[in-house]
Structures are given as structure tokens and as C-alpha cells.
Design a protein around this ligand. Structure first.
Ligand code: HEC
Ligand code: HEC
Length: 374
């Protein structure tokens, strides 16, 4: 810069200083207003929108993939380029150098010009850095495996409902829909074995929640019950197991007083004499409790999956298993324990209660609707 230019800048600066605003209090005042507005916005978001909570932290869960927030993902992704003992380069040296460079910027970038045309190098360099950050963030997002969804239940009713669902999927095939036990059928290694009832006073009065929790967590491998806790190679998190124990306690222990709001959560809704049953309200809870343990993917079931309305209506090797209006549908005949081409009695171990079979019949007679709107 020539002396003239310097002089010109200095005059410009003095003029601006003379006419212009003061940093204190003018600029500070504006900053405060904006900061306050953002603060209010944050308070509003926290109060009215909130953040969904994750399941409780579980030190024994080896499948949890910790992830930073999205705005730090690029740093996280960068670490993949510094494996093993080079890690310190990615975690310490590079971020520290970048921060230091920003701090020292006023000392090495002495270019007084402000127009972008005169700052091509600085802008170009910063542009490349920003592009790199965006690219790393995108790469991280694309390669992140989808975190397995877990239910987070807070009220007793929610815990019982979540526990019921988990019990139906994980435990029914051995222990029966009501914990009644009996002769196991269709479970590899335990075919024909008789399992004692676990819903009895004997069981419920002598096992506290911690004991039940541990039984599910480690299983009873010497008796044929596999471990379910993630820490022991199973697929249930600690909160999952807690929900199952809550479900068992409130369903089978006659000393446990169910909080009123939770009373309907685990019950199959009753049907008025003229009411038309619907899949969503009546059939889905029945199916969940008595059929889904076997009729889901990965089990032997003639490819008849029962985890959604569509599957219940349209899957299976002997599809259709439900013909709306027809009480000779496979499903009804099998509930009545007939042996037909599609298979034997359903559920294989023990007949459904007559009122539940009736519920299925009334539903199919009414055309097997998914919902009933009145
Ligand atoms: C593969 C079959 C199988 C599955 C699945 C299974 N269990 Fe078991 N469970 C057993 C066997 C076998 C025993 C031993 C029962 C016996 O001695 O008759 C047992 C015992 C139990 C006991 C009683 C232990 C005691 O001594 O008091 C409880 C409670 C229990 N299981 C709960 C569960 C729960 C909850 C689930 C679902 C998360 C589950 N089980 C899944 C096979 C299974
Ligand atoms: C213990 C496991 C188990 C349970 C519980 C169970 N099923 Fe099944 N289901 C099977 C198996 C296995 C088959 C294959 C046929 C056979 O082996 O009898 C089957 C076949 C069927 C079929 C014929 C599917 C086709 O297209 O061939 C229907 C319908 C059916 N089940 C209905 C039900 C209903 C309704 C329930 C609940 C009330 C139920 N099942 C509960 C194991 C089960």
C-alpha cells in the first residue's frame, strides 16, 4: 500500500468515527436486542416443541452407536481418515491448527480491500474449506447406519403396553400368551418340552422385579431360556426388559394395583352387542398378543405375517386366509382347531378363549374392516 492510500484510509476512518455510531452503547444495544429475541425463540422451542428423549443410557449395550450432533459430524467423519495411532492428528492437531489460524487471521491477512474481486485467494480458500465441511457432513449422514428404533415409555400405561408388545414377540412362543407355559411346539431345541407357568402366585410372590429383570437379562441357559439382554448377546435394551417386567407384574401379580389410567392399556377392548369390530381397535391387539410371536418375519409360519392390516389380509402361502364375510376362511377354521390344508390348529398350543374367537368371527362377518367410522 502506498503512503497516499494509507493516508486516504486514515481520513476515511476518522470521518466515519466522527459521524458514525459508537460501539458502546449503540452497537451493543442492537446486539442485545437480537440476542434476546433468539433467547426467547429458544425458550419457546424448548417449551412447545422439545426434543424426543432417547432410551435410558445402558452401559451394557454394545450395539448403541454414539453420534455427535449434525454440526460436528464433519469432524467425526474426518477421523475416519486418521485410523489407529494417527487419531491424534484428526482429533487434536488439525482442529487446533484451524482455530489458531482463525485467531491469527488479522496478523497475516493484511489486505485492506473489502471487495470480493480483490480477495479472490482468501474467499477461494475459505470456500474450499466450507465445501469440504459440507461434503464430510453429507458423507457422514449417508454412511451412518439407521439407529434401531426403540420405544421410550414413561407412564405405567405406556410401559405396560410396550412390555406387552415385547412379550408377545419375544416370550410367547415358549411361555404362552398369558405366561401359562405348557408344552412347547415349534421352537427349535425345546420341541415337546413342558415349561412351568410363570404367571402364578408361586412365581409372582417369590420373585421381585430385580429377580425377574435378571432372569430375562441373563436367561436361564441351563434350563433352555436364552439371554435377552444386549450385554449377553440378546436384543433387548435395559428399558425393554424393564417394560416387560412391568407388564408381567401388573398383568399377573394380583397384589399389584394398576393405576387407573393404565387399566385399559393392556386389555383387549370389549365390544358392545351391536358394535362392529375393526382391525385397528379389536383385532390388532388380539393378533399382537396371540399370533405375532410366530407370525412375523424370520419364523416358520407359511409366510403368513400378521404385523399389519395389509399383511393379515394378503399374505401367506394359502392366501387369502381371510375372505371378508366368509366364516369358512382358513383363519376361522384354524381357530376352531380344524386341520386343513393351510395347517393345523391356531394358535398351535392352546385354543383362544371363545369370546376372542367370536370377535374374529364378527369382524370377518362384518367384512373385516380396518377401521369403523361412525
Ligand atoms: C426359547 C424358549 C424361551 C423363551 C423365548 C423365553 N423363555 Fe423364559 N424360560 C424358558 C425355560 C425353558 C424356562 C425354565 C422354565 C422351567 O423350568 O419350566 C424359563 C423360565 C422363565 C422364568 C421363570 C424363572 C424362574 O425360575 O422363576 C421367567 C420369569 C421367564 N422365563 C421369563 C421370560 C420372559 C419375560 C421371556 C421373554 C423376554 C422369556 N422368558 C422367553 C424358555 C424361554
Ligand atoms: C407357536 C407359533 C404360532 C402361533 C402362536 C400362531 N401360529 Fe399360525 N401358524 C404357525 C405355523 C408354524 C404355521 C404353518 C402351518 C403349520 O405348520 O400348521 C401357521 C399357519 C397359519 C395360517 C395359514 C397361513 C397360510 O397361508 O398357510 C393361519 C391362517 C394362521 N397360522 C393363523 C394364526 C392365527 C390367527 C394365530 C393367532 C390367533 C396364529 N396363527 C398363531 C405358527 C403359529
Amino acid at each position: 500500500m502506498t503512503e497516499d492510500q494509507k493516508q486516504a484510509y486514515k481520513e476515511k476512518y476518522l470521518r466515519a468515527k466522527h459521524n458514525g455510531e459508537h460501539f458502546f452503547p449503540d452497537t451493543i444495544y442492537k446486539d442485545l436486542i437480537v440476542a434476546f429475541a433468539i433467547f426467547l425463540l429458544l425458550v419457546g422451542l424448548a417449551l412447545f416443541v422439545g426434543v424426543a428423549s432417547e432410551p435410558r443410557a445402558d452401559p451394557s449395550d454394545t450395539s448403541y452407536v454414539p453420534r455427535p450432533e449434525w454440526y460436528f459430524l464433519f469432524l467425526f467423519e474426518m477421523l475416519k481418515f486418521f485410523p489407529g495411532n494417527l487419531e491424534w492428528l484428526g482429533t487434536t492437531i488439525i482442529p487446533a491448527a484451524a482455530v489458531l489460524a482463525l485467531l491469527l487471521l488479522p496478523f497475516f491477512d493484511r489486505n485492506p480491500a473489502r471487495h470480493w474481486k480483490k480477495r479472490k485467494f482468501a474467499l477461494g480458500f475459505m470456500g474450499i474449506v466450507v465445501l469440504g465441511m459440507v461434503a464430510l457432513t453429507v458423507r457422514a449422514a449417508v454412511t451412518t447406519p439407521v439407529q434401531q428404533e426403540s420405544t421410550v415409555a414413561t407412564t405405567v400405561a405406556e410401559k405396560i403396553a410396550a412390555g406387552q408388545d415385547l412379550y408377545s414377540v419375544q416370550c410367547v412362543e415358549c411361555h404362552g400368551a398369558e405366561g401359562e407355559g405348557g408344552v412347547v411346539s415349534g421352537v427349535e431345541g425345546l420341541e415337546g418340552v413342558t415349561i412351568k407357568a410363570i404367571h402364578t402366585q408361586d412365581e409372582m410372590y417369590t420373585r421381585n422385579d430385580d429377580t425377574l429383570f435378571n432372569i430375562v437379562d441373563y436367561g436361564q441357559p441351563n434350563l433352555g431360556m436364552p439371554p435377552f439382554g444386549k450385554g449377553y448377546g440378546g436384543e433387548l435394551s435395559r428399558s425393554d426388559i424393564e417394560y416387560i417386567v412391568t407388564f408381567m407384574r401388573y398383568s399377573w401379580d394380583d397384589r399389584a394395583e394398576l393405576p387407573k389410567e393404565a387399566a385399559q392399556a393392556s386389555a383387549i377392548p370389549a365390544l358392545g352387542p351391536d358394535e362392529i369390530p375393526s382391525y385397528d381397535t379389536h383385532i390388532a391387539p388380539l393378533v399382537k398378543r396371540y399370533c405375532v410371536s410366530c407370525h412375523r418375519s424370520g419364523k416358520e409360519n407359511n409366510n403368513y405375517l400378521m404385523t399389519s392390516y395389509d399383511q393379515v389380509m394378503n399374505s401367506g402361502d394359502h392366501e387369502p386366509n381371510i375372505v371378508p364375510g366368509d366364516l369358512n376362511s382358513n383363519l376361522i377354521r384354524m381357530l376352531h382347531r380344524e386341520d386343513i390344508e393351510a395347517g393345523g390348529p391356531m394358535p398351535p398350543t392352546k385354543a383362544l378363549k371363545p369370546e376372542y374367537i367370536q370377535l374374529f368371527e364378527r369382524w370377518i362377518k362384518a367384512g373385516a374392516p380396518q377401521t369403523t367410522t361412525k
